[in-house]
Design a protein around this ligand. Structure first.
Ligand code: OGA
Ligand code: MN
Length: 206
């Protein structure tokens, strides 16, 4: 399916349900080249614990989320990540046109959840002045099995929906509306986690 068709499905999902799940947003070869990057080959060496890590808050943070992240600097990102950023940029232009949004930029980090870690139910936009409008997560785990856990659980109006973190799959949702959580998994869970912003991203993460 051409990228435009996938983006049409994504725009429909966002407009009608506030979220969309798009398979093969990244193709298997594109996922493989990303997994071969030093960042992912070196385990957690180049990653930082996510969230604010002040001494007193650390304990609290640990009970909320256990993921490790590395922000992508688009100016120095290696080609396999540029491919992803380029697709996100196309996605942004597409939803701006079809949904009359005025998204201006995006920020993305590499993410690893070691086995047993999770991220409790939350909203990605927690302050009124938050500039994150859409969350976009692309998974990097080939052949993920249901019994391995690690589902993204979306809290919809009257039900929940679980999404398996299968390689190439993109999940996109309204950052201000959709509560969600990451369930613990029995194997490392890798992804590219990003947000589309209504203002230009600054360098605060770098
Ligand atoms: C997050 C998040 C979901 C996922 O990083 O805020 O909710 O499926 N990630 O990784
Ligand atoms: Mn989240």
């Amino acid at each position: 399916m051409p990228l435009t068709d996938k983006l049409n499905m994504l725009a429909d999902g966002l407009a009608e349900q506030g979220y969309a799940v798009i398979d093969h947003f990244l193709l298997p070869d594109e996922v493989q080249t990303i997994l071969q990057l030093d960042e992912f080959q070196n385990g957690l060496l180049q990653f930082k614990k996510a969230g604010i890590g002040q001494q007193q808050e650390k304990q609290i943070n640990e009970s909320i989320r256990g993921d490790y992240i590395q922000w992508i600097d688009r100016n120095t990102a290696p080609p396999p990540l540029q491919v992803y950023l380029e697709k996100l940029n196309t996605l942004m232009g597409f939803v701006n046109q079809t949904l009359y949004l005025s998204l201006k930029d995006y920020e993305v980090h590499l993410t690893q959840y070691p086995p047993g870690t999770f991220y409790k139910r939350h909203l990605d936009q927690f302050k009124k002045d938050d500039h994150r409008k859409l969350s976009a997560i692309c998974y990097l785990n080939p052949n993920w099995k249901t019994m391995e856990g690690g589902q993204l659980r979306l809290y919809l109006q009257n039900k929940t929906e679980d999404v398996l973190p299968e390689a190439g799959r993109l999940v996109c949702f309204r950052s201000d509306l959709l509560e969600h959580e990451v369930l613990p998994a029995t194997r490392p869970r890798l992804s590219l986690t990003g947000w589309l912003l209504d203002q230009v991203a600054d360098l605060r993460h770098l």
